[in-house]
Design a protein around this ligand. Structure first.
Ligand code: GDP
Ligand code: ZN
Length: 473
C-alpha cells in the first residue's frame, strides 16, 4: 500500500475555468526528472523561481513560478512540484500533458479525486477529520460554514476528540493495571478516582456531541416540511422563504402535484424546505398522481427536523375547512416523527382585519403545545419570526460562535463512544466491578472515537471520503 502511495501523481490543482493563475501540482518520488524537463534546471527547495515552462521541443509553453518541495516537508509529505502558470484551461491542459509525457520514465500518472489530500492523511500531515474539513472548506456554501470548516481544518475538533481519547486510554490503562492486583482492585480504583474520571469524561463527551451535532447541521442543513391542505399557501410560503418563483402557485386546490424542494439559508445554516403535495385530510386523493405525492409527503415528514402545519386564516371557521384541518392535525399528532417537531402556522394574515384573534389549536394538537405563528406569505409579514422559530426547533437561537463543521459520520461515532461509556459507567458502579469487562468497554469507546480522526478506519471508508473530492485536491 505504501509503495502505491509514492507513485508520482499530477493534476491541475485550481478550479476549472479561467483564472489569473492556474496551478499544476505533482507529488510522489523522483520528481527531479520533471523539474529538469519543464524548468531546464534544478530548483532551490521551497523557493519560488520565475522561469519559462518548456515544451517537448524546448520552446516555452508559458512563464510562471515553479516551486519544489523535497519530502517530507510538503503538504502531502512527499516530494512536490508546483507550477503556477497563467490560468487558461487550454494552457493548463497543455502543461498537464507535458508533465505526463516528461514523467513517463518515473511512472507519473493523473491523480485520482482527493488523492493529494489522501496522501497528506497517510503521511500524517492531516487526520481524517481535518481531511474532511478540506473538502468542506472547498464546498462551503455559506460564510459560517467556511469559517467553521477552517476551524476544523486547523484541528480544533480533532484536538477535542484526541483529548477525550487520551483520557479514555489513561483510564483503560489504569483499569488494566488494577486487573493484575485482584485483591486490591476496589481500593486502587477508588484511590485513582476512576469513577469520578469516568463521569467527567462522559460529561465532556456529551458537550462535544452537542456541538458536533450542530456542526453537522451546519454542513448538512436542516429539513423542513410544509404540510397543510391544498390552497393554504404552501407554495407561496416556499417562494417567499426562497425569494424566488419556484413552486407553481395556483388558486385551484390540489395543483401542487409534486414536492418541491428548495434550500434557503437562515443565519448561514442551510435549510432544505420541502413543499408537500396537498395533503388531503382523508388520504383519498382525487387522482393517482396526487396520491403518490401524498405518500411522498409522509416520507419527507419522517426525515424532517421541523414540520410546518400551514393553515388558512382567511378560511378559519368554515366547518368543512376546519374539519379537514382537524383530520390533518390528527394524522400529524399520531405520527411520532411529526408530533415533536410541529410548528402551527396561520397564513394569509393580510386577508383578515388586524388584531383578529387566532382560532384555537385542533384538539389533537393541544397536548403537544406546538409554537403558533401568524404570517402572510403574500406580504412577508411574520416571515422573520418563522425563520427564528425554525432555528429554535433545532436548538439554535442564533448561530453559536466557535463551531467546527462536522459530519453525521462524526455524530454517529460519538454516539457509539457514548454507548460504550455508559456501559463502562454501569460496570464501574457495581460493587463487584467486573474490571475485565470495564477495560473492554473503554477499549471499544476508544476505538469508536478513533474512527473520527482515522486512527481506526477501514479502507473502504477512506475510499468513500477521498473519492468525493474533486481531482487535484
Ligand atoms: P398551496 O396549494 O398550499 O401550495 O397554496 P398556494 O401557494 O398555491 O396558494 C393558494 C392561493 O392562496 C393562491 O391564490 C395564493 O396567491 C394565495 N395565497 C397564498 N398566500 C397568501 C397570503 O399570505 N395572503 C393571501 N391573501 N393570499 C395568499
Ligand atoms: Zn402548492
Amino acid at each position: 500500500m505504501l509503495g502505491r502511495h509514492h507513485e508520482p501523481i499530477v493534476a491541475v490543482a485550481t478550479a476549472a475555468g479561467r483564472g489569473a493563475v492556474g496551478i499544476v501540482r505533482a507529488s510522489g518520488r523522483d520528481l527531479g526528472v520533471l523539474v529538469q524537463a519543464l524548468c531546464g534546471r534544478p530548483l532551490l527547495p521551497r523557493h519560488a523561481t520565475y522561469l519559462p515552462f518548456l515544451g517537448a521541443d524546448g520552446q516555452p509553453l508559458d512563464q510562471g513560478l515553479a516551486l519544489h518541495f523535497p519530502a517530507p516537508h510538503s503538504a502531502t509529505g512527499e516530494e512536490v512540484l508546483e507550477l503556477q502558470a497563467h490560468g487558461g484551461p487550454v494552457l493548463l491542459q497543455l502543461l498537464l500533458a507535458r508533465c505526463l509525457e516528461a514523467g513517463r520514465p518515473i511512472g507519473l500518472r493523473l491523480a485520482e479525486p482527493g488523492e493529494f489530500t489522501q496522501r497528506a492523511f497517510l503521511n500524517d500531515k492531516l487526520d481524517l477529520a481535518q481531511a474532511e474539513a478540506v473538502a468542506d472548506l472547498i464546498d462551503a456554501s455559506t460564510e459560517a460554514a467556511a469559517r467553521s470548516a477552517g476551524r476544523a481544518l486547523a484541528g480544533a475538533f480533532s484536538g477535542e476528540v484526541n483529548a477525550l481519547r487520551d483520557e479514555l486510554v489513561a483510564l483503560r490503562l489504569l483499569v488494566e493495571a488494577t486487573l493484575d492486583f485482584p485483591e486490591e482492585e476496589i481500593d486502587f480504583l477508588q484511590q485513582a478516582d476512576a469513577r469520578g474520571r469516568l463521569e467527567r469524561v462522559a460529561a465532556t463527551l456529551d458537550a462535544v456531541l452537542a456541538r458536533t451535532r450542530q456542526g453537522a447541521l451546519l454542513r448538512e442543513g436542516m429539513q423542513v416540511v410544509l404540510a397543510g391542505q391544498p390552497n393554504v399557501g404552501k407554495s407561496s410560503l416556499l417562494n417567499a422563504l426562497a425569494g424566488a418563483e419556484l413552486a407553481i402557485v395556483t388558486p385551484i386546490a390540489g395543483t401542487t402535484r409534486d414536492r418541491v424542494r428548495e434550500t434557503i439559508q437562515i443565519d448561514g445554516v442551510p435549510v432544505h424546505v420541502t413543499d408537500t403535495a396537498g395533503l388531503r385530510a382523508d388520504g383519498e386523493a382525487a387522482d393517482e398522481v396526487e396520491r403518490i405525492g401524498i405518500g411522498r409527503s409522509w416520507s419527507a415528514i419522517e426525515a424532517a427536523d421541523a414540520v410546518v402545519f400551514l393553515r388558512d386564516l382567511a378560511r378559519a371557521g368554515e366547518p368543512a375547512h376546519d374539519a379537514a384541518d382537524d383530520r390533518i392535525a390528527e394524522r400529524l399528532a399520531a405520527h411520532p416523527a411529526a408530533a415533536g417537531r410541529l410548528l402551527c402556522v396561520w397564513n394569509k394574515a393580510d386577508a383578515v382585519p388586524p388584531g383578529t384573534p387566532l382560532p384555537p389549536l385542533p384538539a389533537a394538537l393541544q397536548a403537544l403545545e406546538p409554537p403558533v405563528l401568524r404570517l402572510s406569505a403574500a406580504t412577508g409579514e411574520g416571515l422573520e419570526a418563522l425563520r427564528r422559530a425554525l432555528l429554535r426547533q433545532v436548538g439554535w437561537d442564533s448561530l453559536p460562535e466557535g463551531l467546527t463543521i462536522a459530519r453525521s459520520r462524526h455524530v454517529e461515532a460519538l454516539h457509539r463512544t457514548r454507548g460504550h461509556l455508559q456501559q463502562a459507567r454501569a460496570l464501574a458502579a457495581r460493587d463487584d466491578a467486573a474490571l475485565d469487562l470495564l477495560a473492554e468497554e473503554l477499549r471499544l469507546a476508544q476505538d469508536a472515537l478513533g474512527a473520527i480522526t482515522g486512527a481506526f478506519s477501514a479502507d473502504d471508508l477512506l475510499g468513500e471520503i477521498f473519492g468525493r473530492f474533486c481531482i487535484g485536491k
